[in-house]
Write a protein that binds this ligand. Structure first.
Ligand code: KG4
Ligand code: ZN
Length: 343
């Protein structure tokens, strides 16, 4: 049974995972280690690339050792070494990809370069072990993408965001509201006691044909609401916070849900899959579950540990590539803007 060691370091999480599996069978995650840098970047209100790469190089080696020891595996037993090669921060990608290449060269085993987006895209199917035809919504901090997926490696883009990604909108609105980074979980928490209909925020492009998104108008609408209510300071009143968060969150969910259902109908898919950090949002998950039930669509979501950045999703993509003997040269470059290969 092939054994893959995977490294993810595209942004502010250093992650190492070990996965083992057979074609068509559920993949076994033997270890999935993450050294989160969230606390480090929180004081700056976002990710500082220089700090991120320095910390990747600090944490990576101990994390590889930790993963091997948790899994009870020796380096010599690993069949392939996978790493994220893009998209992401150049200096962060370089650390993980170079480490995986070095390990592969030392162990005389193949290296596999994985697109971070493909990792997210495949993450809802780790437990299933295969990827059925489906309509995929990737909602993360950097991307909002609707794809028609015929199978692994066979992707057609139907839509994406024209400005901010959904997670980016959560993070920016949270910052305006004085909430810490990352904003998604903070907004979800505050929204729990709020009224989602309290503020009538715009649902951009919801009624337009096509499957593109736009979230910058929504972000601006929240900003104007804040300055209207508090012209002097622009500071949010504590009492307003739950309603503002719930109304903003609902506006994002409405657009994501409406476009995803329309895209699934358009592509003639009976299965919908959700991945990326924003798909952790329980209100979003609940509303997708309900709508899919009504529309007779099967819904696959990534398990919570596989939604935000992690190396297990990179390992699963690496495992599928290992089954096909599709490896990457050791001189394959990292690419901060790496697009998903469409076919
Ligand atoms: O997938 P991810 O870890 O990183 C990227 O590849 O971008 O996603 C991180 C994003 C952040 O914008 C964060 O605010 C958002 O996911 N997020 C959430 C929640 N948890 C994380 N957004 C909404 N609700 C959440 N519960
Ligand atoms: Zn990600």
């Amino acid at each position: 049974m092939p054994l893959v060691l995977a490294i993810e370091s595209s942004c502010d999480e250093t992650a190492v995972a070990l996965l083992q599996g057979e074609p068509g069978q559920p993949a076994h995650i033997l270890a999935s280690e993450i050294a989160s840098q969230i606390e480090l970047h929180r004081v700056y209100g976002g990710v500082v690339p220089e700090l991120a790469s320095r910390n990747h190089s600090l944490h990576l080696r101990p994390l590889v050792e930790q993963a091997l020891s948790h899994a009870g595996v020796r380096l010599a037993e690993i069949d392939t070494f996978a790493a994220t090669s893009g998209p992401g921060l150049a200096s962060s990608l370089l650390i993980g990809a170079t480490a995986a290449k070095a390990l592969a060269a030392a162990a005389r085993r193949p290296f596999i370069a994985i697109n971070h987006l493909e990792g997210h895209l495949l993450s809802p199917f780790v437990e299933l072990g295969h990827v059925p035809p489906h309509l995929a919504l990737i909602v993360s901090g950097g991307h909002t993408l609707l794809l028609d997926v015929a199978g692994p490696g066979r992707y057609q883009k139907l839509g994406s965001t024209r400005d901010d990604a959904a997670g980016e909108a959560f993070d920016k609105v949270a910052k305006m509201l004085g909430l810490p980074y990352p904003g998604g979980p903070e907004i979800e928490k505050a929204a729990a006691t709020g009224n989602p209909a309290a503020f009538d925020f715009p649902r951009s492009m919801m009624k337009e044909p096509g499957f593109d998104f736009s979230f910058s108008g929504l972000k601006t609408a929240v900003l104007y609401t804040l300055t209207d209510r508090q012209p002097a300071t622009g500071q949010v009143q504590i009492g307003d916070l739950p309603d503002l968060c719930a109304s903003f969150q609902q506006a994002v969910i409405d657009v994501l849900l409406r476009k995803s259902l329309a895209a699934a109908r358009h592509a003639g898919r009976q299965t919908l899959a959700l991945s990326g950090g924003v798909s952790l949002n329980r209100t979003l998950r609940g509303q997708f579950e309900q709508a899919c039930l009504q529309e007779d669509l099967a819904l696959h979501t990534a398990s919570p540990g596989l939604c935000t950045d992690n190396a297990a999703m990179i390992g699963f993509a690496g495992l599928l590539r290992t089954f096909e003997n599709r490896f990457s040269p050791l001189d394959s470059p990292i690419d901060p803007n790496l697009p998903l290969t469409l076919a």
